[in-house]
Structure formats: C-alpha cells, structure tokens
Design a protein around this ligand. Structure first.
Ligand code: F0G
Length: 471
C-alpha cells in the first residue's frame, strides 16, 4: 500500500480508437511525436515525469534565484554530500548536460570509453567527442530468463580484453551505469562496483558512476547482496558511490524532480570539508575543467541551467529518494506490473528492473523479421490498442547492436495507480493475442546521428492494409 495520498490531480483520457489511429499516423508512427494529451497511460519514460511531494513544493517557494552564490545551490550541494558523498558538484540542466560537461572534459578523438552499457545520450556524448563507446555487460544481461541477481554488472574480463587491444592510454574513463537502463534496468552489486573501481585504477582511468537511479540500485543491493542485508538504503547508496571518482546525475530520476542534473566530483566543498581520502591534483584539475565547461554550456557554477526553485526541490527530492518506505514501494509497483504482464502470457524480461518492465518484442511478435523493427511495431500497437505509450530500446533505438528488440514500459515515480497498470497489462496481452495481424515498419526519414534516431525518425507500416483506420 502506498504511504502517501494525492492532493493534486491531473485528468487523463482515452481517445477513441479512430482518433488514436489518426494521432499515430500523424506522429509518423513514432510515439515521441504524440501529444501527451492524446496518451492515456504514459510509460515513455520515468525521467522528469514523476510527482513531487508537498515538501518539495514548499521548498520551491524558498528558491533563491541569485545568479551567483544561491542559497538553494548550497542546499543541493549539502544534500549531494550527505546522500551521495560527493563534495563538489557542477550543476547542469539535466543528465545529458552533465554528460556533455564531463565527457567533453575527459574524452578526445580516438579514445575508447567502457561502460556496463551506454545509455543512448551517454553513447551520443562519447561519440560526439570523438570517442568509441564500448559496452561490457555480463553475459547474463542478455538472458531474460536468468535469475542472476545482478544482471546489470560490468564484465571486467571484457573490459580488460578491450584495453589490451586499444591500450590503456586510450581509455580515459570507465563508467558504471546504476541501474543499467540499457540492459533492462538491472542492478549492479557493490562487489562489482569495487571490482570495476580497481580495474579503472589499474589502467589509470577515471571511474565514473552514472548515478541516475542510485537509490533504486541501492534497494536491490540491500535485498540481494548478503553483505548489505541489515543496512539502510541510504548507507548502501553512500557505500556504492564512495568508489567513484566522479558521477553523472540526472535529477529527473532519483532526484525526484522534473528538471536538473549535475556532475559530482571529489575535493573540498565550499565549507572546506574534503573527502575521506585526499583529493589529488587530478581531482582538482577535473573539477576545474568541468566547472569551466559548465559555465560555457550550462550556466554559472551555482545554478547550471536550473532555477533556484529547481535547485531547492532537487535538494529535498534527493533526501526523499533514500528514505524508507519510498523506494521499496516504487520498486514493488514495477515488480507488480511485471507480474501482471507475465500472468497474462506477455514475454517480459525477468526479473523486473528498478524503474521499468521490458517486453521482448522478438518473442511477442515472432513473425516479424528484425529489419522490420518488431519493437517499434509493439510500441505502435500498444498505443493503438490502449493509448499506452512505451519506448523501443532495441534495433530502432540502437541501430548497430545485436541486442534483443526490447520495449520498455517505464513507470513514473509516485504517479500512476494499480488500475492504470492493470490497463497496461490488459493492453499488452491484447496486442500479443493479435499476433500475425501486427505489421512491421520501415524508416522513411531519420536524423544524421544514428545514436539519436529513435527520437525523431519517421516510419511507415510495411503492410498498409493492416492499418486502415477502423470504422
Ligand atoms: N544516463 C542514464 C542511465 C539515463 O537513463 C539518462 C536518461 C541519462 C543519462 C540522461 O539524463 O534525460 O536527464 O538528460 N534517461 C531517460 C530515459 C531519458 O528515458 O531513460 P537526462
């Protein structure tokens, strides 16, 4: 049962089937182009789409809008230090702003960056700086039936092999994404974090944690990693993040806000408090390089693209994200959706991720060849059938990978109720029942950068007859 009640509501409506059909066509069969008012249950993303608490709204009224030295920035800095253990931050308007700041400071032409799995914007930022993003997931990550407790882990053996090939001097950063969004939102253990930290240290690379969903990851660690059975989520989160040289954070996930992000770094904070170890010259250099890039791209170093109100709400949200029972309820809701889908015979990746359930479109629509984007076909059909918006994270989003065609149903935080999620499960089951009636798609236009294809490409059904508007 949820430990909160809603005192502000936003109406949603389910369009008629003919109107959904027309909206989908108008959107070029790309659900990123749909108006949100035409969507009934919006599981496109858990990013910035959640509900803030009354404490967060209250904090917004006290936002200090000063250009420099904002009190709200100090509140965020203090929250990051207390909750995540980073002494210094370079604020940014959202996660990818922070990625631009950090990867622009670390990566140069010809470099290779290793990650358990790059998220799309991370991949794009590494590539935009001339780097080659290489994924190093553990083999179990690709197995939606394996019950390995930490399928998000980084495979250090793969990492070492890549380093042998390209040379350690060409690997400036090793990144650990927790939870591993591109690998079905699976968690990463603290043991693996330690191993990756040691590997990064060996090759003299900066160890970066992409900490967007650090609280959800900590909850999995508390439940699944013996060493942490009696620990609080807050304690696990601090322990796990303590191994990183730097972090990239999107506040739109476990910051429980609608906008904001930062790069977290080691060193002395404004009050002269340093990290548990000694900040090195390279910590100071990296901070300074990030700060200058932050000023250039995001805004002065005490707001970075956020308003004072955003900073204030973010400071409160970060603390709420590790407080019981919030994160336990959050993950339980995602697990309930996964179970509801599995009970109806929808082929889901198991176990559920922290923020989303992933449906395997190759299994759901086995008649569609991979060139016809079964994942995108499933996404279109979920909208057509029940006004549900999901996102493809398979061949359409990641053109050059051999990954399965997964469709992600991401659950916004503190937003939908069990009835909405039942509707999602019923809709997905109805789509699976249609089977061979569901047509594949082909791309008719796409942007120049393949890493960003799924955001703006347009498609058309291979079999137009399958999509004659219903009468
Ligand atoms: N890193 C990860 C692991 C992410 O999941 C995201 C965003 C980012 C970085 C970038 O953060 O959106 O604030 O710029 N993920 C969202 C998603 C968009 O739908 O999974 P951002």
């Amino acid at each position: 049962m949820r430990s909160y009640k809603a005192t502000m509501v936003e109406p949603v409506r389910l369009l008629d089937r003919a109107d959904r059909e027309a909206a989908l066509r108008e959107a070029g069969f790309n659900v990123f182009n749909l108006d949100s008012s035409d969507v009934f249950v919006d599981l496109l993303t858990d990013s910035g789409t959640g509900t803030m608490s009354n404490e967060q709204w209250a904090a917004m009224f006290t936002g200090d809008e000063a250009y420099a030295g904002s009190e709200s920035f100090r509140e965020l800095e203090a929250a990051v230090r207390d909750v995540m253990g980073f002494e210094r931050i370079v604020p940014a308007h959202q996660g990818r702003g922070a990625e631009n700041v950090l990867y622009g400071a670390l990566v140069t032409e010809g470099d290779v960056v290793l990650n358990n799995a790059h998220f799309d914007t991370t991949r794009a930022h590494v590539a935009a700086n001339g780097g080659d993003p290489v994924d190093c997931p553990v083999p179990e990550a690709r197995d939606g039936d394996s019950d390995h407790p930490f399928k998000g882990n980084f495979d250090v053996e793969t990492g070492r092999r890549v380093v042998e090939e390209v040379g350690a001097e060409n690997v400036p950063a090793v990144v650990l994404t927790i939870t591993n969004n591109s690998m079905a939102g699976q968690p990463v253990s603290v043991a693996n974090t330690r191993e990756v930290a040691a590997f990064a240290d060996d090759i003299d690379a900066t160890f970066v944690v992409d900490a967007c969903r650090f609280a959800e990851n900590a909850y999995f660690v508390q439940r699944r990693e013996d060493e942490f059975a009696g620990e609080s989520v807050a304690a696990v989160a601090r322990e796990q993040l303590s191994y990183a040289d730097a972090c990239v954070m999107s506040g739109k996930k476990d910051g429980l806000v609608n906008a904001g992000g930062f790069v977290g770094l080691r060193g002395e904070d404004a009050a002269g408090r340093g990290p548990s170890g000694n900040p090195t010259q390279s910590d100071d250099d990296l901070y300074e390089r990030c700060r200058q890039r932050g000023i250039l791209f995001e805004g002065f170093s005490t707001y970075g693209g956020m308003s004072g109100r955003d900073l204030a709400a973010f400071a409160v949200g970060l603390r709420e994200a590790v407080e019981p029972p919030y994160v336990a309820e959050r993950v339980a809701q995602v697990e309930a959706l996964c179970d509801a889908l599995a009970d109806r015979g929808v082929p889901v990746y198991q176990p559920a991720g922290g923020h989303a359930v992933y449906v395997n479109a190759n299994e759901a629509l086995p008649h569609l060849p991979r060139e016809q984007f079964p994942g995108q076909a499933l996404v279109c059909e979920l909208y057509r059938e029940g006004g549900v918006r999901a996102v493809e994270l398979g061949r359409f989003a990641f053109p050059d990978t051999d990954r399965a065609d997964l469709v992600r149903l991401a659950v916004p935080r503190r937003t939908y109720g069990p009835d909405h999620l039942e509707h999602v499960a019923d809709t997905a089951a109805a789509v699976c029942e249609k089977g061979e009636e569901v047509t594949g798609y082909e791309v008719v236009s796409e942007p120049p950068m393949p890493e960003l294809r799924h955001f703006s490409a347009e498609l058309r059904p291979v079999d137009e007859n399958a999509h004659a508007p219903s009468q």
